[in-house]
Design a protein around this ligand. Sequence first.
Ligand code: PRX
Length: 643
Amino acid sequence: MSDLSLPFDTRYLPVKKFHHEYRRSIEQPEEFWAEQARQLDWFRPWDKVLEWDPPFAHWFAGGLLNASHICVDRHIKHWRRSKVAIYWEGEPGDTKVLSYSTLYNEVNRFAAMLRNRGIGKGDRVALYLPMLPELPIIMLACARIGAPHTVIFSGFSAQALADRVNDVGAKLLVTADGGYRRGKTIPLKTVVDEALTMCPTVESTIVVRRANIPVSMKPSRDFWLDDLLEQEAPYIAPEPVESNHPLYILYTSGTTGKPKGIVHSTGGYMVHNYCTYKWAFDIREESVYWCSADVGWVTGHSSIVYAPLAHGAAIVLYEGAPDYPNVDRWWHIIDKYGVTIFYTSPTAIRMFMGYGEKWLAKHDLSSLELLGSVGEPINPEAWVWFYRHVGGERCPIVDTWWQTETGGIMISPAPGIECVPLKPGSATLPLPGVDADVVDESGNPVPPETRGLLVIKKPWPGMLLGIHGNPERYQQAYWSRFPGIYYTGDYAVKDRDGYFWMLGRADEVLKIAGHRIGTAELEDAAISHAEVAEAAVVGKSDPVKGESIVIFVRIKEGSSPTQDLKQAIIKHMRQVVGPIATPDAVYFVTRLPKTRSGKIVRRVLKAVAENTPIGDVSTLEDEAVVEEIIKIYQELKQVQEVK
Ligand code: PRX
């Protein structure tokens, strides 16, 4: 794929150690995972490594542990108590540095505060916060008392927030008065006020003071955090929870309009993340680890909070926009904190590529040892740019494939064991314990260089426990297509060396700047506009964001297809879902291409959006409508041309 000669490229070296570990993990999974799990602190060892009642897994059954104990307590009994746990930088430039002993005190103080608010084991706590130090602290405080947290990305609208809070049945919601983004303050508490008119389960709200903007506080429901925290940190003993006790529930998009609450365990999740961060990132206690994602996504859960802190590393937490006040803000942060491992998304890399190398030249990035990419396929050009200009041709890039559902990294180079030869654009090979394959529609493995569906053939410790409140959907979405095998929803191809190349989603889920959003969610949002009768969304390739949203709208009789209406629909979608739901193009159409059963033929719309030929539809769909579809395609192309 690339003619680069990379200094760390071990193409001609036998990567014996890696292959040996991998083989062992597949041949003797229980022995292998027990060995890994022993590296964590358990209050009681497990009785059985895995109870597998497909599709429900119980890893380390009977074992008792606590994630906050693993991430915090065990470091304060060690020299690490005085080392940095969190370097936090606010967008305006204010900073905070927390040592592990400070983090420990804070987690205890917050846990006491949660208990005082009546939160106990099993109660769900929703967090709608900017990237503040309070966010990981509250997550760990929840974990400490056995209360599963649900972090909701602070870019979501009131409606999206309310939907998630209601689905999870949260008793308490933690937010901030506001947060900073591109120099402006975002009024989070106002969004919360609107959401809470729709959330009957929430008994109280705790508000972190951040932006110092006026907010309304409802007596006996809303409390300022400062007023609730005691001065002296009490000791709150970490609650020993059974391995399958839910650590958190995180919402993600699927193929229906309703987001899925992905439930993660404590034991399996912690073991998976502890190991894979060692393997993929070679993370150590002396690492300064920066994952640029928001904690509102799974990457933030595993890569900002649970995995690096379990290793006693220092994390960097940055509040604001990547290119504010200047486009070198990120390079400045790497230089300032001596970041050693930097983990980001292809969209961010492509955006910085566009700004040019001159912004990097002003900063010393020589502390970097390893780079990571996640969330969407990375094109070889972006990979090479990242390698050359950010990594100074010194740092391996780990392209890590995983999902909210997998809980942790699944396919990635493993320099922490032994780095396999890298190929720009490939996530390389599955990590130990991960039995991945590429199959055809019938579930048979496809030959090398053939596109197919990515599946995982054996349970793994970080796997989701299920979908909150919906075991049928869990079974149906992941385990029904190929019984007993996990369906990822991704296309992939394996090359002749067995390397995996990810080719994007095979289902109706888009990846906009690495953020996952279902076409159905976007269509529901558009249809809720008073003048929209019908809508269909497709993704269009975008040189920076990977994909952008294109929406085809049929408006109601009596409405006029004006530019103002286009803008109003865009605004409405942003309001219903949040800014990530902003379409890049809106086409007004008089009809949509559909099969006889009424299913929208998205590939026709995609061809229109991408301005590519329609291809052969005769074999695919409902024959009776083929002609009709071609006619509609031609009509739509005209709409596009006059746009
Ligand atoms: O399509 C794959 C893509 O992101 C999807 C999962 O999205 P989400 O649950 O939001 O989690 C993202 C971060 C873990 C996958 O189904 N994806 C993730 N990583 C990669 C990727 N596509 C290509 N290469 C990757 N490294």
